[in-house]
Design a binder for this molecule. Sequence first.
Ligand code: HEM
Length: 334
Amino acid sequence: MALGATHLSLAFCLMALIVLVKADFDGKKEPINNILEQNSEMLTQDFCIFAAVGSVVAEAIARERRMGASLIRLFFHDCFVDGCDAGILLDDIPGRFQGEKTSPPNNNSVRGYQVIDQAKQRIKTMCPGAAVSCADILALAARDSVAMLGGIPYPVSLGRKDARTANFTGALIQLPAPFDDLNVQLKKFSDKGMSAREMVALVGSHTVGFARCVTLCDDRNINPAMKSTLKCGCPVSNNNTNLVPLDLMTPDFFDKFYYEDLIRNQGLLFSDQVLMGSTATANVVRTYNSNPALFLREFNDAMIKMGNLPPSRGVQLEIRNVCSKVNGNSIADM
Ligand code: HEM
């Protein structure tokens, strides 16, 4: 699968090259050789970045398949809070800065940070001089995870920048919560320019990965129909690390069975099952269940759209050297 994704990236690089060459014929005066030389360097670099990230993600998933799910979620939680700006990766500085990482929707829940650090490191070793943001690495890691878990690879364009700050309260307000009813979910997605259909497609990510018992033992968060079968032994202590699959049938594969769960009233989270609560969203669930190829296509389109959510206006941007810290002066010194 990793190879498939890499080949696709190469195909996109080649397509871009053809477009550039055509642009040269169409009117630019610069000799074609110069353009080819400059652009092939750029394309080789992009290809190198794709390969570096892909290899790190493949290793991480081979070690622990769940990590693919965690990386998809990490990207979602980055993009939904003030755009895809890698804000979620910034470490807190005790007493001086509290960012998104420790905000309640993320704290002790979102995973995959060390895979992103490893990818950054591998890019430095494999592709010296490549200027790639941590936000781009998040986008590539999510794409590769989707493909490696059984989805279809999709093109990711580079050029995102990293914010020099992060938004603790933004994470609380902007991210959907497992106790949100359908209207609240629809509002949070439409605030990001996403339609109801795109929302149902994106939440289809719950075809992979797990929820913690700590989450599920809060009655507000769970589909009431799932309470009796829950093997969490609720109430649980905060350090209980037991997990329950979000898709009961195939939690390790990116497929359509999450939607079948919902149709059978077997969605795990309260927020999952309420998708069956309106005709409009329930119809999308049924459509994706009966046409898995359409789900995979529309999921990819929605991921590409989500991956283009811009950083908040006025936020200072850079390409971080280390994904968990801003460059140079610390945030508090700015
Ligand atoms: C209404 C929208 C959503 C809500 C309320 C929601 C909520 C949650 C919750 C509560 C968990 C379990 C966290 C824990 O117990 O620590 C979870 C896991 C997960 N979510 Fe969502 N989510 C939503 C949408 C999305 C979207 C749009 C994506 C991706 C594009 C996504 C991807 C995932 C994945 C892959 C996991 C499993 C992660 C792992 O195993 O590490 N979710 N989500």
